[in-house]
Ligand binder design. Sequence first.
Ligand SMILES: N[C@@H](CCC(=O)N[C@@H](CS)C(=O)NCC(=O)O)C(=O)O
Length: 227
Amino acid sequence: MTTNLPRIDYYFDVISPYSYIGFETLQQLQHQWNGVEIRYIPFALANVMKESGNKPPGALSVRWDMMMIDLKRSAKFLDIPLTPNPFFMKWIRQYRSTDAMKILLVLEERDPELMERTAREMWHRVWSRSEKIFEYSDFVEIMNAVGIQDIEEVIETSKEEKYQIALERNTEYCTRRNAYGAPWINVTTTDGAEHSFFGSDRFHLIADLLNQPQPLPQRLFQLESRI
Ligand SMILES: N[C@@H](CCC(=O)N[C@@H](CS)C(=O)NCC(=O)O)C(=O)O
């Protein structure tokens, strides 16, 4: 695959609400930043946690409570639909997002823009409408919602070993660079140097690194352009 530099590799998992926040921020920034290639790359947050020895935010109740408050604030500030999911802690003990992420890998191979729309629909389900993204019937609803025709075929293809391997490879790429959470953002500058960032709240530093305009939420951009 040939790619242009500078490049932002945005590693995400649809189980992660901060991956959703970073995704929507980057979707806005890609219209405001010039000459920067952006790739959205599925990985497995559960394995990142395991490999790094980190613990999920829900493992510490005060951290979880603060995270829910912070998510609401962030959603309001950025004007994105994000509502803490009351079932999340129960679901996370029972399910993994691996099958959903493998479906995204199939779509990424065929049509990256369709993959991005499907990822957004998955985030809306878990983190806006408190709906599952783990089982066959969930995948059918998700793909119907984004207008995919060959749903059965996509689900069957996602079970091929190569997608499990691809998910592991993407995850390992990050854990070898000390990843311990999501989103994990790997920025390659024009000199070929790699710079890792953790979180959806590091785009001001990435802007500085790449000499791009500072990020602002869409509503603030709109206000600015009216001045
Ligand atoms: N400050 C970061 C927090 C990101 C975050 O908490 N991500 C969770 C997953 S949704 C995580 O991986 N946490 C691991 C950790 O904080 O050590 C942001 O605003 O994006």
